[in-house]
Design a protein around this ligand. Structure first.
Ligand SMILES: Nc1nc2c(ncn2[C@@H]2O[C@H](COP(=O)(O)OP(=O)(O)OP(=O)(O)O)[C@@H](O)[C@H]2O)c(=O)[nH]1
Ligand SMILES: [Mg+2]
Length: 153
């Protein structure tokens, strides 16, 4: 069993939320489209589509009630950002920003960070690659997850 403090990842389709969870759990990176809100150990994985459908915002906000931290995830190499302005100010949780895919040559990390601030992210912003593992150690530290074991029951 793992610590109950929950972390919820919110971000556009393909920004890398599910891969981030695999990286934080030290699991192999296996691509699988997230079809619905998933609760995996201490993680809540929100499909990117939920950001595009305002009728589903209540589902995100309801799922956030039990969550300690929200991670707003963005693909630094994509210009397809679908966060509404100030979206994250609707949550009372701690909201951190995660600039993902910094391994890609066309990643614009500074721009991605601005987009996260525009979306209302007030907490620290961490730059990572879920795929290569760069920055994941730092992210674990910020999430107080340094103790995650290699395999989890
Ligand atoms: N180059 C690179 N690719 C990544 C990185 N993180 C994720 N990807 C790739 O991006 C694609 C989408 O990743 P997912 O983790 O499924 O994205 P998601 O945010 O969960 O997407 P939805 O479930 O559709 O909302 C996959 O092919 C991943 O392998 C990264 O840091 N660098
Ligand atoms: Mg996913």
């Amino acid at each position: 069993m793992m610590a109950a403090k929950k972390v919820m990842f919110i971000g556009p389709r393909g920004s890398g939320k599910t891969t981030l969870i695999q990286a934080l759990k030290n699991e192999p990176k296996v691509y699988r489209k997230t079809p619905a809100i998933e609760f995996i150990d201490c993680f809540v994985d929100i499909p990117g589509e939920y950001l595009q459908i305002p009728k589903l915002y209540h589902a995100i906000i309801t799922s956030a009630i039990e969550v300690e931290t929200i991670g707003a995830v963005i693909d630094a190499a994509s210009k397809d950002f679908s966060f509404p302005p100030d979206f994250f100010t609707a949550f009372s949780n701690r909201v951190i920003g995660i600039v993902n895919k910094i391994d890609l040559p066309d990643a614009d990390q500074d721009y991605a960070e601005k987009v996260l601030r525009f979306a209302g992210v007030k907490g620290p912003i961490i730059r990572v690659s879920a795929l290569t593992g760069k920055g994941i150690k730092k992210l674990k530290k910020i999430l107080n997850m340094e103790q995650i074991p290699e395999s989890i029951d």
